[in-house]
Write a protein that binds this ligand. Structure first.
Ligand code: GAR
Length: 197
């Protein structure tokens, strides 16, 4: 399964995928990594792995619709079977979603705490358990059909950063495990239900 991975930051989820894809038995390969900004560790990780990269910045385009079109063009050049949003902090518009299936990993138990601050919002709310969700991207914000979830207990002395780091540990294994199974066994979506195999 050919993956294009989209990142905006440190790219530890991307790194977990790159490491898994080094084994041909995993069933997937990262054929390109795209970002919405320059100079991030996620792009450096791709370059160190010898994976092609591209950058598509909103501010280089006259409108969000133009950016959506440019992002589609950049992704389509690599003919992915699946686009993986792994810490990509932009909402992606219909052009890309209508052409390619896309999954996103989010640091909370969807549908709770959508948006850009999933770990901090869960901590502020006072939940005792939170986690990570891998879902198929639809036209909402972190609302799509769920592929997998993993839970993390909240500690009394957690800060947003400490909680997010613990979530990211389970998030990386959930992502690697799910993408590998999707690649090897196939997958489908019926209504809100994602089935692997
Ligand atoms: C991950 O925890 C991911 O779930 C989150 O950004 C982090 C990226 O970490 N994404 C979102 O919050 C999207 N709503 P990474 O760059 O080290 O993989």
């Amino acid at each position: 399964m050919r993956l294009v991975v989209l990142v905006s930051g440190t790219g530890t989820n991307l790194q977990a995928l790159l490491d898994a894809c080094a084994d041909p038995a995993y069933g997937a390969e990262v054929v390109a990594v795209g970002a919405d900004r320059d100079g991030i560790e996620g792009l450096a990780r791709a370059q160190r792995a010898g994976v092609p990269t591209f950058v598509c910045r909103v501010r280089d385009h006259e409108s969000r619709a133009d950016w959506d079109g440019a992002l589609l063009e950049a992704v389509a050049a690599y003919e992915p079977d699946l686009v993986v949003s792994a810490g990509f902090m932009k909402l992606v518009g219909p052009p890309l979603l209508e052409r390619f299936p896309m999954v996103n990993t989010h640091p909370a138990l969807c549908p709770a705490f959508p948006g850009t601050q999933g770990a901090a919002d869960a901590l502020a709310y006072g939940v005792k358990v939170t986690g990570a969700t891998l879902f198929v991207v639809d036209d909402g914000v972190d609302t799509g059909p769920i592929v997998a979830q993993a839970t993390v207990p909240v500690a009394d002395d957690d800060t947003p950063a400490s909680l997010h780091e613990r979530i990211k540990v389970v998030e990386r294994s959930m992502l690697v495990d799910s993408i590998g199974r999707m690649a090897r066994e196939g997958w489908s979506v019926t209504g809100r239900h994602v089935r692997i195999g």
